[in-house]
Design a protein. Structure first.
Length: 359
């Protein structure tokens, strides 16, 4: 069973003996003893209520960005297929809400807590509390810093940035001026992506003229960032965008200045609108991260951990205090050239991606 409570702790997903009100407990015991033996029909009902299923709490940042609903749906359906029950909580981008939702999971004695951290630096204490309570903790997609998480499962985020950098180098012939509008500065993935991006440009004559950040991944920041740059009578050769949602706003600003299609734009997530822009020529590339693999593997790992297994990973990553086992998945660059091969039929339908393209 899966539940989304939209930020409000309050639904008990599994009845345990100690949570049953005393009066109900007495009624059940009376019914069983009146029937004279332990074979009473009511006993099965009680067992059903008790549910031995693995209990997973999934704490998510928000659903504003297209990908996260997919993450949730794939994760929940895989976990359910494996016999687990999942309680999904949406923190709507608020750190304090996320912490209280994780505390709620601890109170409910979940077996595993899976977290998409809003701010990688704010969960040290609550993760410690969960670990002390014997709960396994999985950092999903975003690393949690200075916390003893059991595993971090994500894509190679540095490579996401590397791919953007390498593709721009190729497109620009190794020279030009670019501006970068990254995502949330407290999302650890952003550090990796921009690090990989800058490294990929080393040795080229590409100059980064301005760098900005979109707090809370607020895409509109991308619109203002580009608009004010253009207002200075400067036109960049390319805009590196932290994700496709930001790219949407960047392309909007470019098109208001009749520059859409003339400035290279990068992004990540392979959102449908970004794939449409790529085949239409207003976005150069995106980075596709197969969420199916991420969400399914995370669900499998969560259930295995709850059952006492220790999953093996090929890598570890240092989070400031601990070497965390890292299940690292590969991102893929997507342009007009490989759109059909990588995306069509796997992530989006052809008729949707080519909706506005004749032909
Ligand atoms: C993820 C991106 C996503 C962004 C905003 C990042 O941590 O890596 O895929 O677009 O968060 O939600």
């Amino acid at each position: 069973m899966s539940e989304e409570i939209d930020g409000r702790p309050g639904i008990v997903m599994r009845k345990k003996w100690k949570e049953l009100p005393l009066i109900l407990l007495l009624l059940i015991l009376t019914a069983v003893s009146v029937m004279g033996c332990g074979q009473a029909a009511g006993e099965n009902d009680v067992e059903e209520e008790e549910s031995d299923a693995v209990q997973i709490g999934f704490s998510m940042d928000s659903f504003l960005i297209e990908r996260w609903q997919r993450d949730r749906d794939i994760f929940v359906s895989k976990a359910q297929e494996l016999g687990a029950e999942v309680n999904v909580q949406n923190a709507n981008g608020e750190v304090s809400k996320q912490i209280s939702q994780i505390e709620y999971f601890i109170e409910k004695e979940m077996d595993v807590i899976v977290i998409v951290a809003i701010d990688g630096e704010t969960l040290t204490e609550v993760v410690e509390k969960a670990k002390k309570a014997g709960i396994k903790v999985i950092a999903y997609d975003r690393l949690i810093l200075n916390a003893d998480v059991d595993i971090y499962i994500s894509f190679d985020n540095e490579k996401v940035g590397t791919l953007m950098g390498e593709y721009l180098r190729k497109a620009l012939g190794d020279e030009g001026t670019i501006i970068c509008i990254n995502g949330s500065p407290v999302d650890n993935n952003v550090t990796f992506v921009s690090g990989g991006f800058e490294k990929a440009l080393e040795g080229s004559d590409i100059r980064i003229d301005r760098v900005g950040y979109a707090d809370n991944w607020l895409a509109e920041v991308g619109f203002d960032f580009v608009s004010s740059y253009l207002a200075e009578e400067k036109v960049p050769d390319a805009v590196m965008c932290g994700n496709d949602d930001i790219a949407t706003q960047v392309v909007k600003a470019l098109s208001e200045n009749r520059l859409a299609g003339q400035v290279y734009v990068t992004g990540q997530d392979a959102d449908l609108v970004a794939c449409q822009r790529i085949v239409e020529g207003t976005q150069y590339m995106t980075v596709y991260k197969p969420l199916e693999l991420l969400a399914q593997s995370a669900a499998e790992i969560a259930v295995a951990m709850a059952e006492g297994e220790v999953p093996e990973t090929g890598a570890t990553i240092y989070n400031g205090s601990y070497d965390v086992p890292f299940e690292k998945l590969e991102p893929v660059a997507v342009t007009k050239e490989n759109m059909d091969e990588v995306i069509i039929g796997k992530y989006h339908q052809k008729s949707d991606v080519y909706l506005n393209v004749q032909g």
